[in-house]
Ligand binder design. Structure first.
Ligand code: NDP
Ligand code: 2IT
Length: 446
């Protein structure tokens, strides 16, 4: 098995030098898929995996804009259109200084499997820019978004490519991007998801990723006749995904002990309750402040420049960013009693951390399965836009739950190993792969 992966990866490394994150995500898929393909030679013969790791198209462009001091700034914009075998390209936009082609290719690659798992007709893509919204005024963010969309509009559309939010792209940015698209094209269409509810957005979309991760954990716990009540939970991040993971955990009776941002984490031994969470939401979404202020407000501990993985817990939600949880963190978590890790973020655990989770046989849900609720409700937003209709909160929440149950079921189907251990990585990768691969076979060599 190792030999198979090594020889496959050697070629991928030559073709994609220095793309560390992309290579990491491909090697994880290769580990699950190569053995499976040995028994399914049609995929090998038609070079399905080799075609899947080559983006259908990469668009890279200059984004010039003028800051509040009248100075000119230049950023780099991207859209990676990875795979359209099962539907139009679909995936978020990330605005963060760390954005580069490797990061976006890994995210787009993960996205095609995730979207396939949702059961909805969505291909995979991802985009963004190395723009840092932090410390920028609303008008600066607006001018940046307008410049970004002035190029991107040529490559997206409701039947072609439908972006949404990700790190650094929330309701504010989606609004500015949508406004510019509408102005240039002269049409009101569902070109983006995560829109405001008054102008074509879906109810529950802001909550969907965080709620979905918790629904996924509930499915895993159900297999053990267990539930969230009284569980000690640690969460990294304090953005969109972290906030609604916390909200749902609190509603289900779990005790949320930590949240973080890129500067450090807070540990609230009494638990972050809904009143304190409302403070965090205001702090992060309106005031755009630092999580440190929470510790000052509620008199709890703050750990600068640290991640929360040293706090003993039952369940951990890495909900900030890629590679935020390494091998040592995995050892610490498990030796402190953690028995479940569910990824709200994309690829937050390193390969070595994942191998430790697998060998420890804990419940481990990879991002492409656990955080698929966000893009699933984006898919439902696309349907509502096509229907020119709007579904109720309850209806969408029910649909979200069903989709997550089905994703969990697919993971169980393809991931069951000896002694009924469910390898959710293998399950998610194979289940996601088969649907795309069959569509690619049916559509010929394109
Ligand atoms: P937000 O921008 O709302 O929040 C990101 C959070 O992560 C912030 O707390 C941020 O801290 C922290 N963070 C970002 N980069 C780093 C870093 N390099 N090191 C440490 N902390 C960091 O983004 P989202 O909540 O939307 O996204 C979080 C994760 O979830 C990402 O991996 C994203 O790809 C994934 N995801 C998002 C979905 C969505 O619907 N939004 C759907 C599925 C997955 P700070 O404020 O200090 O930057
Ligand atoms: O990583 C992700 O799934 C997202 N950022 C959401 C994508 C989407 O199109 O809603």
């Amino acid at each position: 098995m190792e030999l198979l992966v090594d020889s496959f990866m050697k070629e991928v490394e030559v073709r994609n030098p220095h793309e560390e994150e992309f290579l990491q995500s491909v090697s994880e898929i290769a580990e699950s898929i190569l053995l499976y393909m040995e028994d399914h030679p049609q995929y090998k013969k038609y070079k399905v995996l080799e075609r899947m790791i080559e983006p259908e198209r990469v668009i890279m462009f200059r984004v010039p804009w003028v800051n509040d001091h009248g100075e000119i700034e230049v950023n780099r914009g991207y859209r990676v259109q990875m795979n359209s075998a099962i539907g139009p390209y679909k995936g978020g936009l990330r605005f963060h200084p760390s954005v580069n082609l490797s990061v976006l290719k890994f995210l787009a690659f993960e996205q095609i499997f995730k979207n396939s798992l949702t059961g909805l007709p969505m291909g995979g893509g991802k985009g963004g820019a190395d723009f840092d919204p932090k410390g920028k005024s609303d008008l600066e963010v607006m001018r940046f978004c307008q410049s970004y969309m002035t190029e991107l509009f040529k490559h997206v559309g409701p039947n072609m490519d439908i972006p949404a939010g990700d790190i650094g792209v929330g309701a504010r940015e989606i609004g500015y991007l949508f406004g510019q698209y509408k102005r240039i094209k002269g049409e009101f269409t569902g070109v983006l998801t995560g829109k405001g509810h008054e102008w074509g957005g879906s109810l529950i979309r802001p909550e969907a990723t965080g709620y979905g991760v918790v629904y996924f954990v509930q499915e895993m716990l159900k297999m053990r006749n267990d539930n969230l009540k009284g569980k000690r939970v640690i969460i990294s991040g304090s953005g969109n995904v972290a906030q609604f993971t916390a909200e749902k955990c609190i509603a289900e009776g779990a005790k949320v002990l930590t949240m973080s941002d890129s500067k450090g984490f807070v540990y609230d031994a009494n638990g972050i309750d809904s009143h304190k969470l409302a403070y965090i939401m205001h702090l992060k979404n309106v005031k755009r402040g630092r999580i440190k202020e929470y510790a000052e407000e509620f008199g709890c501990e703050y750990f600068p420049n640290e991640k929360p993985w040293s706090i003993p817990c039952d369940i951990a939600f890495p909900n900030a960013t890629q590679n935020e949880l390494d091998h040592q963190d995995a050892l610490t978590l498990i030796s402190n009693g953690c028995f479940c890790v569910a990824e709200g973020a994309n690829m937050p655990s390193t390969r070595a951390a994942i191998h430790h989770f697998e060998s420890s046989k804990i419940l481990y849900a990879p991002g492409k399965a656990a955080n698929a609720g966000g893009v699933a409700v984006s898919g439902l937003e696309m349907s509502q836009n096509s229907l020119r209709y709007s579904w109720s909160r309850e209806k969408i929440d029910r649909k979200l739950k069903v989709i997550i149950e089905q994703i969990h079921q697919s993971c169980v189907q393809y991931g069951r190993e000896e002694n009924d251990y469910i390898n959710y990585v293998k399950g998610a990768n194979i289940a996601g792969f088969v649907k795309i691969a069959d569509a690619m076979l049916a559509q010929g060599i394109v």
